[in-house]
Design a protein around this ligand. Structure first.
Ligand code: PMP
Length: 424
């Protein structure tokens, strides 16, 4: 079917709130390229929002999925467990840098991982509150909606949010929130709103994802670790977007040397198959009673096979070195653009988790969301999928596969340059 025919079906049958505004329908994809239903080729700098750090259909993952399909697709792991779940738990326990011996729960999505992290933190501490950050994003279920530090569009239209979620500032010096102020905000929240003795956890993205790709300084993450220890709260790092090689290391928190109590991950964990994980110190992970955690599809055998193959690919193909090199390439290019264009500023990156933002001018730093929207639109017309993000919707973020071929990367960057020229 053509894009046009599929669009007509979408308009008639897909709920408005869930329907993509994109009128191109994906038909075939390979590494960093996607072809739509009319055969038009697009370069993919979005990777399905950070899911495809290993590219579309990495051969090792495809092979593992096919092999698993011939064995068992589903049992519900609480009814009858299988090798993939426990092997993946073993692997994650070894590679995820939480404190002490780590144990694992698998789930289906990022939001579900966060939901379960909060449940586990409550069980482990006997406390209810969680503290999250301005601009943070954790999902679209009720608890995670409440945890999101941005109201529109996530909370609008959906009535009261669950209570017991409190907010602290995230350090974004470019927009006036210094690290010191952010820390003071967290300490104030613990004084004025969220009694530490009732607070189970502080949940932080080491690099703000949807909120704008702002990396938290290592010293800030260390300070949070100390505050959590002082009050017996758990430190939970949400690495759903920053994990699995997006920042030049397997997990972003590794840049800081901080060991959280728990981490959540999903997206690039299985190169496109739906799966997520909660990985935490054993005594916390074991805190809740028998049959208290789970779900019909949690840790599907097919997704476990994909995740194991993806992690193997990271190890065998030195993906982290490629990620670091990509980060350097983007950084160099962004600095050139920052020099050249008066409206482009605040280039930043932790590895290839890289972004820049549009402003009225470099003195006022007034966000220009209209320019971000104009750039992504122009790029789309020229055959490049590019995403904006941020509290002010004025940042452009880069989530292309780390495995992108040099020529395809260059072609995509040229499209951006051409579009920036047209905007100036
Ligand atoms: N946490 C973070 C940091 C995310 O970026 C996202 C998704 N963008 C989520 C949680 C939610 O993940 P999912 O969409 O798989 O529920």
């Amino acid at each position: 079917m053509s894009n046009k025919e599929l669009q007509a079906l979408k308009e008639r049958y897909v709920a408005a709130g869930a329907a993509s505004p994109n009128e191109q329908f994906a038909d075939y994809a390979k590494n960093a390229e996607v072809w739509d239903a009319d055969g038009k080729r697009m370069i993919d700098f979005a990777g399905g929002i950070g899911v495809l750090n290993l590219g579309h259909r990495h051969p090792k993952v495809v092979e593992a999925v096919k092999a698993q399909l011939d064995k068992v697709m589903h049992t519900c792991q609480t009814v009858m467990p299988y090798e993939g779940y426990v092997k993946l738990a073993e692997k994650l326990s070894h590679i995820v840098p939480v404190r002490g011996h780590a144990k694992v729960m698998l789930a289906n999505s990022g939001a579900e991982a966060l939901e379960n992290a909060v449940k586990i933190a409550r069980a482990a501490t006997g406390r209810t509150n969680v503290i999250c950050f301005d601009g943070g994003y954790h999902g679209r279920t009720f608890m995670t909606m409440a945890m999101n530090g941005k109201v529109n569009p996530y909370q609008t239209d959906f009535g009261p949010m669950p209570g017991t979620v409190f907010r602290a500032p995230y350090p974004v010096p470019y927009h006036g929130v210094s690290e010191d102020e952010a820390l003071r905000g967290l300490k104030m929240a613990l004084k004025t709103d969220a009694n530490p003795k009732d607070t189970a956890a502080v949940v932080i993205e080491p690099v703000l994802g949807e909120g704008g790709f702002y990396p938290a300084p290592a010293s800030f993450l260390k300070a949070i670790r100390d505050i959590c220890d002082e009050h017996g709260m758990l430190m939970i790092c949400d690495e759903v977007q920053s994990g699995f090689g997006r920042t030049g290391k397997m997990f972003a928190i590794e840049h800081s040397g901080v060991e959280p109590d728990m981490m959540t991950m999903a997206k690039s964990m299985a190169d496109g198959m739906p799966i997520s994980a909660i990985v935490g110190t054993d005594k916390h992970m074991d805190a809740s009673g028998p049959n208290s955690l789970g779900g019909t599809y949690t840790g599907s055998p097919v997704s476990c096979a994909a995740a194991l193959a993806a992690i193997q690919a990271f190890e065998e193909e030195d993906i982290l070195s490629r990620s670091q090199a990509l980060g350097e390439t983007l950084k160099k290019r962004f600095h050139q653009w920052q020099e050249k264009y008066a409206f482009l500023d605040n280039v930043r990156n932790l590895g290839p988790m890289a972004a820049f933002e549009f402003v009225k001018d470099k003195d006022s730093r007034e966000p220009r969301a209209d320019l971000a929207a104009a750039l992504t639109k122009k790029c789309k017309e020229k055959g490049l999928i590019l995403l904006s993000c941020g509290m002010y919707a004025n940042s452009i973020r880069f989530l292309m596969p780390v495995t992108i071929e040099d020529e395809v990367l260059e072609e995509g960057l040229k499209i951006i340059e051409e579009s920036l020229d047209e905007l100036s």
